[in-house]
Design a protein around this ligand. Structure first.
Ligand SMILES: [Zn+2]
Length: 68
């Protein structure tokens, strides 16, 4: 078995935030080398955690035999 890496021609893409040639693909966005643009991509994606902040509520496991 071997892994085939998809070759992405970055020069075919522009940074989604400043329009320069993209050199990175981060947070599902094409961005240039600018830390600002990478940060924007991160924020647009929902920031650290994003929707994952809504943690599943840890409901206690209770064995209830009252129904019997
Ligand atoms: Zn940029």
């Amino acid at each position: 078995m071997y892994i085939v890496h998809a070759i992405m021609r970055m020069e075919d893409y522009d940074c989604q935030f400043c329009g320069r040639t993209a050199t990175n693909f981060v947070f599902a966005a094409f961005v240039c080398d600018s830390a600002e643009c990478i940060e924007k991509a991160r924020i647009e994606r929902g920031g650290p955690g994003g929707h994952m902040k809504r943690k599943a509520q840890g409901l206690p496991i209770v064995i209830d035999n009252d129904d019997q």
